[in-house]
Design a protein around this ligand. Structure first.
Ligand SMILES: *Cc1c(COP(=O)(O)O)cnc(C)c1O
Length: 480
């Protein structure tokens, strides 16, 4: 690894010199970003560190090529090399996840979900209508038939996990376009245990009869039984879509297998490629043979020209994820999350669901007398990078919140293990115990401002620096 990074140093030095000759401030910001990433305790659950091979792949002339269409069927000339890239990315994805079909074009997780939603609507609303009208595609329809087909969209229903239980905005919530496309209802978690209650999901599905049942989360610290979710979907005739944006690395590394592996159970599985999967910033859609033809129409249905340079980097990252080393990385992610959770619990902190069995730990900071916002800012002041997050039935609402979400993928990439994550828990608890809310003018505790006791930030930073120095990011990579 450090040999590869030594070679990468030469590449980055040269690249920064070229960049700096045009806009030195961008070269300097790029250097500063590396320094910052190296010197902070990154515990944001959705972030990671991609390899230099993945990062370098993104900086090439593939960026300059238009390639709308699909492999071998492009609306532009000269796409033979993009075809190689996209076919390889899809092949690696199919092999890695055991999926019949993979679509590598989505630019992000949200785009992957948009492709999935419109594919489901194309398959379940548009295709039957075309058959009725005796047309092969929408362009063949008369003005009147098209007008009536357009009105068939928008009445469909989606059932997804509620935001405060850990669901995602793109799962049918009003601020996102998905909430305007679908009538949405959400399922929560058990108020006592914080765990998903499949009987409640089933009851909600029976009553609401969604066309799309969506599973997946960005802040739920537990595994999901996707076989049961599929049973529920089948019972009400819903399409099961799983958004594994957060935990794709645990699926790729075979930490989630059997009922916990979404791919064999879902009709459509979407993901980002940059979170636990540790690839470039992007998205991916996996599908059954049944849904493949409609997913294949992602461009032009929802997407424009693919980011060929990013698809190339996806292929490199997926090739990395097929190596045995990635499976041990994925196991370490989950083991480390357990160590972090135990570290919190043994120091008297409260965790949503009482623990974790994935890569996320959700700390309830109300017992420290703080809001999520105060805890997040105080931790940042001490060099610990996390993000605030709602907890079920959050007393402080979606802006201030009452939780802090921790994730282990990034620091696990740096080689942190059990002892380091126990120390992380100790440092976090120390910061939060030494943070007190300021008083508002009216004398009530503020939800936003706080005071961190003197010396705490410094001692936290010193303890972090010691661990970070022992586990350098990109060992051997030195910029001049
Ligand atoms: C992160 C995330 C997304 C969105 O990914 P972007 O690449 O930021 O668009 C979608 N769904 C879930 C569950 C996520 O966690």
């Amino acid at each position: 690894m450090s040999d590869v990074n030594k070679t990468a140093s030469v590449a980055y030095d040269a690249a920064l010199e070229v960049i700096g000759s045009v806009e030195p401030r961008i070269a300097e910001a790029t250097r500063a970003e590396l320094r910052d990433q190296r010197s902070s305790l990154k515990l944001i659950a959705s972030e990671n560190y991609a390899s230099p091979a993945v990062l370098l792949t993104m900086g090439t002339w593939f960026s300059d090529k238009y390639a709308e269409g699909t492999v071998g069927h492009r609306f532009y000339a000269g796409c033979q090399n993009v075809d190689t890239v996209e076919a390889l990315a899809a092949e690696h994805a199919r092999e890695l996840f055991g999926a019949p079909y993979a679509y590598a074009q989505p630019h992000s997780g949200i785009d992957a979900n948009l492709v999935a939603f419109w594919s489901i609507l194309a398959h379940r609303v548009e295709s039957p209508a075309l058959e009725r009208y005796g047309a092969k595609n929408v362009s063949e329809l008369s003005e009147a038939d098209w007008e009536s087909l357009r009105h068939e969209f928008g009445d469909q229903r989606m059932l997804g996990m509620s935001l405060d239980a850990g669901g995602h905005l793109t799962h049918g919530f009003r601020p996102n376009i998905s909430g305007k496309m679908f009538h949405q209802r959400s399922y929560g978690t058990d108020p006592e245990t914080g765990l998903l209650d499949y009987d409640r999901v089933r009851a909600a599905a029976r009553e609401f009869k969604p066309m799309v049942l969506i599973a997946g989360y960005s802040a739920y610290p537990r595994r999901v039984n996707f076989a049961t979710m599929r049973e529920i979907a089948d019972e009400v005739g819903a399409t099961l879509m799983v958004d594994m944006a957060h935990f794709a690395g645990l699926v790729a590394g075979k930490v989630f297998t059997g009922d916990e592996d979404p791919v064999p159970h879902a009709h459509i599985t979407t993901t980002t490629t940059h979170k636990s999967l540790r690839g470039p910033r992007g998205g991916l859609v996996l599908a059954t043979e049944e849904y493949a033809p409609s997913v294949d129409r992602g461009c032009p249905m929802v997407l424009g020209g693919p980011l060929s340079h990013v698809m190339a980097a996806k292929a490199v990252a997926l090739a990395e994820a097929r190596q045995p080393a990635f499976a041990s990385y994925a196991r370490n992610i989950a083991d480390n999350a357990k160590s972090l959770a135990e570290g919190f619990l043994s120091r008297g902190a409260r965790l949503v669901t009482g623990g974790t069995d994935n890569h996320i730990v959700l700390l309830d900071v109300t017992s420290f007398g703080l809001t999520g916002r105060q805890a997040e800012t105080a931790l940042l002041e001490a060099g610990v990078v996390t993000n605030r997050n709602s907890i079920p039935s959050d007393p402080n609402g979606a802006w201030y919140t009452s939780g802090i979400r921790f994730g282990t993928p990034a620091l696990t990439t740096r080689g942190f293990g059990h002892d380091e994550f126990d120390t992380v828990a100790e440092l976090v608890v120390d910061v939060l115990r030494n943070t007190t809310p300021n008083a508002t003018k009216a004398g009530a505790p503020s939800k936003a401002t706080y005071t961190l006791a003197d010396g705490v930030a410094d001692r936290t930073k010193a303890a972090s620096a010691e661990m970070l120095d022992k586990h350098p990011l990109y060992p051997g990579l030195e910029l001049t």
